[in-house]
Design a binder for this molecule. Sequence first.
Ligand SMILES: CC(C)(COP(=O)(O)OP(=O)(O)OC[C@H]1O[C@@H](n2cnc3c(N)ncnc32)[C@H](O)[C@@H]1OP(=O)(O)O)[C@@H](O)C(=O)NCCC(=O)NCCS
Length: 165
Amino acid sequence: MRWWDIAPVLELEHELFPEDAWSAGMFWSELAHARGPQATRRYVVAEAPGTGRLVGYAGLAAAGDLADVQTIAAARDQWGTGLGARLLTELLRAATAFECAEVLLEVRVDNARAQKLYERFGFEPIGFRRGYYQPGNVDALVMRLTMTPENTDNPESSESSESNG
Ligand SMILES: CC(C)(COP(=O)(O)OP(=O)(O)OC[C@H]1O[C@@H](n2cnc3c(N)ncnc32)[C@H](O)[C@@H]1OP(=O)(O)O)[C@@H](O)C(=O)NCCC(=O)NCCS
């Protein structure tokens, strides 16, 4: 993601997170930490082949050996196409490059689709943050992925190797 992506990203942001959309300033601030040798952020966008329309974006923040999924979103007409999985794969690659041992994220307790995606990559629920999403007072489920050589090389490989489903 570069600064010229912020306008189309904000369009999607308002559509997908109507209650608590990030401002342009928040994206600018994140991108300021995404470049150079001291970078602590990795932000990516997905463009539709042919049209170049921006259809997804995601960002990760690293602090020491902990990484946080800051945001991940796919345009509604792309849901279920695996775009979310591709964006998450890119963030986990970045977590590996930042040499993070664990990746954390918060997800609304009522967001089953996102939770399913995270579980497929090996994220496990570790707790709740009560009233994390305002307005609405919706709880966040906190999920954690411990980085291993397996999910680092190919995050989706855990899908076939899991014995307990
Ligand atoms: C979460 C999001 C990024 C997923 O993107 P996506 O492109 O649909 O992701 P994928 O196609 O890779 O996978 C979606 C998963 O949800 C599953 N799914 C499909 N319909 C579903 C439904 N109605 N309810 C629950 N899960 C559903 C899919 O089957 C898939 O899981 P599976 O492959 O194990 O079956 C996207 O839905 C999105 O942008 N949502 C709005 C923003 C958001 O909530 N972001 C997350 C904030 S924490």
